[in-house]
Design a protein around this ligand. Sequence first.
Ligand SMILES: CC(=O)SCCNC(=O)CCNC(=O)[C@H](O)C(C)(C)COP(=O)(O)OP(=O)(O)OC[C@H]1O[C@@H](n2cnc3c(N)ncnc32)[C@H](O)[C@@H]1OP(=O)(O)O
Length: 510
Amino acid sequence: MREFGSQSYQTRAQARSASLDPRTPVLVGGGQINDRDGGREPVDLIADAAHRAAAEAGSARLLELVDSVRIVGLLSWKYRDPGALVGERIGAAPRHTAYTGSGGSTPQVLVNMACEDIAAGRSDVVLIGGAESWRTRMKLRAQGIRPDWTVQDESVPKAPLVVDEVPMQSETEMRAGLDRPAYIYPLFEQALRIASGRSVAEHRDAIGALWSGFSKVAATNPHAWTQREYTADEIVTPSADNRWIVSPYTKLLNSNNMVEQGAALLLCSVETATRLGIPRENWVFPQSGTESHDTYDIAERGALDRSPAIRIAGARALELAGIGVDDLAYVDVYSCFPSAVQVAARELGLPCGDPGRPLTLTGGLTFAGGPWNNYSTHAIATMATRLRESPGSYGLVTANSGYLTKHAFGVYRTEPPTEGFRREDVQAAVDREPTVRAHPAYAGPATAESWAVLHDRSGAPERGFLAARTPDGGRTLASATDAEALDRLLAADAAGQSVVIAEDGGFGFA
Ligand SMILES: CC(=O)SCCNC(=O)CCNC(=O)[C@H](O)C(C)(C)COP(=O)(O)OP(=O)(O)OC[C@H]1O[C@@H](n2cnc3c(N)ncnc32)[C@H](O)[C@@H]1OP(=O)(O)O
């Protein structure tokens, strides 16, 4: 029986921290902002979140000592060096600033990098932050107004990009018009349904229940954009407020990017945390971090409902932390769409629907909010707060970029890792996993594998997307707008049916 939180546990923990390597990285504070009034630019939201992170750490001086500011790729506004602007706003003089390309896994990658840099003495106090003011930006854009936000002129050098942009436009995907997550994750969902053997109705009920559980968590998360519990029926039933986007997904099964949110994390060395008098109970130690990616072109994936990268990198993160999946008290699985959660949960060996261990700590990107690349900064901040309340427990954060493409994992705990923070890129192992041949220009007979239907704003079906297997065992992607193809995709279970793919990427049923 573990003694998490008990007196003897605390005493032993204190004794152990006396012999800690002073360069051990520790996450001392996280801060989150919901800017419901809107109108504020991203760097201001990040600076506010940084102040909250310092308050959570219990040290006002920490911000002055930030020597590296690393910003998650922003979509609402382009800055040349947002880290420099945040540095000014928090009264720091960072020696180093950095920026990332687009991708939802970047916050966890930035934590992994920061831990290595702190351990090696390259940095001492690192601020990681991100924010989106998307709602304001879109409202103003609709009125033809450009916001009066900070513009750094060309005399400001661009911050170095420390995490590359995830590729999201393969030739195969582009021919079918599959150019965004809202079009592609529904294809993964259909593949999950087919693999599970469920009927359309049974599967709809299952994803409704999963997402209703997420909304229940958001209802109690003070940082969630939508703090309301929805029933499974409300989520899966199309209505005026919950229109079809790409079936099988309604709006409430999509990530919600119409938010104004910022989040920041403060990491430093144990030496600095001790010198600043940051209370020991506020220290959360990243234990391990791993990264890897599945094929960039979804047409090359071995199966559309699987992710070898999640399986291998997730297992390795736990192994490096010296634990198994059953040792996790808390998990936050990246949740842009229900298919992302189901695939990751299966690969990690986490049951969906375990009331004792929900797969989200925040409520996920639909309900807590989906500020483009920055969701996981919120998740990590929430994880740290939760672990402080439950000393000794282990937590896992999973983060995802693109179309279940790039993945990053982090294990956290209030106790220091016995062998120090450990990071690993497991790409070589993932690259040995089976893939299939993508056919970007295939024309001829094929077999329907998975499909999804884009609806227009009135609720009418507009375009059907199809993943199809070619006779050589490869895969191609296609789309069609004619009524016959749309009716077939909506009315019947098209799995395994014969189709004919046209050179221009159209298709029809044979
Ligand atoms: C690795 C990854 O992270 S991949 C995920 C990346 N993120 C995405 O792809 C975002 C996907 N989501 C979207 O693009 C959008 O949410 C859409 C297209 C599904 C819907 O957006 P819109 O067309 O603007 O929605 P619509 O016009 O029907 O409704 C607008 C209202 O719904 C709200 N809303 C928009 N999207 C959502 C959503 N997904 N969930 C809940 N509410 C939403 C808006 O705030 C707005 O509310 P208001 O009237 O109170 O201001």
